[in-house]
Design a protein. Structure first.
Lengths: 241, 333
């Protein structure tokens, strides 16, 4: 097996006395979709923030394409090929959709005209081209989630972190997003995804990593994980297990 | 639309260039020179306040630093004006760099308060140092040529406007600054280094302000801590930009023209002007923030429809309806 694109080694993240992520290790192979699941407060978003450079791990490290990236700032990680979205979407509200995506395109296309052209291509892929000249503040939640993905994609990343890009969408919108994710996988992108909607995560993930109270409690294919007693217990309580 | 804008600008530019040939009244020329200077101060302020979202209440400090640098270099180091002038901009830029390291970490009102405090500290320095002449101020060698100063101010402000317009509206830099203004955390994920960009923006705002301060010192020939380092420069810059429309360059220029014209007329007809003027200035900030948050320019001039979509690829859009038919029922939230 080739060297995994991402290796999370015994990562611990504490906030004061609270251990949000506790000694978590897993790896992601190139071209895979790995789902990160767990009940609310399990530490998924914290782990995302460690991987994308928003937090430095208290212990452990993160290896991306063979290099230790723990503690490097997010803007450097964008440069090495890590794109991410935010669960609480972060549109540049006062700017148009096109401008939002153009800003991300500057990373690989330093000239404005080139960046804009690239942003248009991204918007065509994500289905937001019709809304390109609309202010980002004027988008619906579904639109804003798509904008998050568009911005991350405009970085032309090799590894994409998606934080709840489906939750909160209606079924039609959700299917369009799933379709988009599958298209990105087909293009060779490696994806780590956090999602609450089980129907989605079970269908698209090659493998799952399950967190509970900051600890990894299971890892495996969706079918393995869904029959794992620890997982069942975490989701449905003592008796069900 | 764009051509019409360029034509209007060209006409205004030509009119401003010809004006001194037609107008021989020294008072009028003096008012125009100061008006042009205020356009420069307002657009420079707009870089950090409007584009980057950091309301700098110490903008006047850069102006005063430029003025004093030229004063000290000319009167004490006996440098010629042209050699001293760039130093005024550089000095303001260096102070922005040093002051930016701690203050640009702050946000919103905290940044405004910190920069205001910093400008008070610099005023105190000027009041207490020997080099600056303390409260008595400093008299420069007089060079009485109103036309010279009018043209120098016009060229400096014109060049500043052109450079800022290119950097902020044509080059990627302006959009990157706006990203910082809109969401600093989100901008980081897109490869932008906020610390670096904010610093560049602060220095870009300080440089022309320092140069304008230097020209002002040589023009007025007398500077003291209250005229160049007082609150008024910062306060007026804030009102001009907020009233004109932040983050648009044209808005602050328009705001500068209107507020300065108002001030001049007010001054001409009401002797006890200072206090009343400040009250009106304060009221104007409140009124603009409440009623025209986008400023005059943002309210009057709607943003262009924007970029046009390039030719579409042959690939047809995906069909969401067909997919949703296959979709399993939603399991709620």
């Amino acid at each position: 097996m080739a060297e995994p694109i991402l290796k999370v080694n015994s990562v611990t993240k504490c906030f004061g006395g609270l251990t949000a992520v506790d000694d978590v290790s897993f790896s992601v192979e190139k071209g895979e979709i790995v789902g990160l699941i767990g009940p609310n407060g399990a530490g998924k978003t914290t782990l995302f923030n460690v991987i994308s450079g928003y937090y430095a791990p208290t212990k452990g490290n993160v290896i991306f394409q063979g290099n230790d990236i723990s503690g490097k700032p997010p803007y450097d990680l964008a440069g090495v090929g890590i794109g991410r979205t935010f669960q609480v979407v972060k549109p540049f509200a006062g700017l148009t959709v096109l401008e939002n995506v153009t800003i991300a395109s500057f990373l690989k296309h330093p000239k404005k005209a080139d960046a804009e052209r690239h942003a248009w291509q991204v918007l065509e892929t994500t289905g937001l081209a019709d809304r390109a000249n609309v202010s980002a503040a004027g988008l619906t939640l579904a639109g804003r989630k798509r904008l998050e993905i568009s911005k991350a994609l405009a970085l032309e990343p090799s590894f994409l972190l998606l934080d709840e890009v489906v939750a909160g969408l209606n079924p039609t919108e959700a299917d369009r997003t799933v379709e988009l994710i599958m298209k990105l996988k087909a293009q060779g992108l490696t994806i780590l995804i956090v999602e609450h909607i089980m129907r989605v995560i079970m269908n698209i993930s090659d493998r799952l990593v399950v967190l509970n109270f900051g600890k990894k409690i299971a890892e495996g294919t969706p079918s393995e994980v869904s029959s794992d007693p620890h997982v069942v217990q975490a989701y449905f309580g003592e008796e069900a297990a | 639309m764009k051509n019409r804008g360029a034509t209007i600008l060209a006409i205004i530019g030509a009119a401003l260039l010809i004006l001194p040939l037609v107008v021989h009244d020294t008072f009028v020329l003096r008012v125009l020179t100061e008006g042009v200077m205020w356009i420069g101060l307002a657009i420079a302020f707009d870089v950090i306040a409007g584009y980057t979202g950091y309301l700098n209440f110490g903008h006047g400090a850069f102006f005063g630093i430029g003025a004093y640098t030229i004063g000290i270099l000319m009167m004490q180091a006996h440098l010629p004006f042209w050699a001293a002038l760039p130093a005024g901009g550089v000095a303001a830029g260096i102070v922005a760099l040093i002051a930016g390291i701690p203050t640009l970490r702050l946000k919103g009102a905290y940044f405004a308060i910190a920069t205001w405090a910093l400008s008070r500290a610099i005023q105190q320095l000027a009041l207490n140092m020997e080099m600056t002449g303390g409260p008595d101020g400093m008299r420069l060698e007089a060079f009485l040529n109103p036309q010279f100063f009018y043209y120098l101010m016009l060229i400096t402000v014109g060049a500043t406007f052109a450079i800022l317009w290119y950097l902020l509206e044509r080059a990627p830099f302006g959009l990157k600054l706006k990203a910082i203004r809109e969401d600093e955390e989100g901008a980081k994920a897109l490869g932008l280094n906020p610390t670096k960009l904010k610093m560049q923006s602060f220095i870009l705002s300080a440089l022309p302000t320092g140069i304008l301060g230097g020209i002002y010192a040589y023009w007025i020939t007398f500077i003291d801590p209250s005229s160049t380092l007082g609150d008024l420069v910062s306060d007026q810059a804030v009102v001009m930009v907020v009233f004109g429309g932040m983050g648009t360059l044209f808005g602050p220029a328009l705001g500068a023209i209107l507020i300065f014209a108002f001030k001049t007329i007010f001054w001409a007809y009401l002797s006890d002007f200072q206090l009343l003027y400040l009250i009106i200035l304060g009221a104007l900030i409140a009124i603009s923030v409440i009623f025209i948050p986008n400023g005059l320019w943002g309210t009057l001039v709607k943003r262009k429809a924007g970029a046009t979509r390039p030719e579409q690829k042959a690939e047809p859009a995906s069909e969401p309806a067909a997919l949703s038919a296959v979709a399993a029922p939603e399991e709620g939230n």
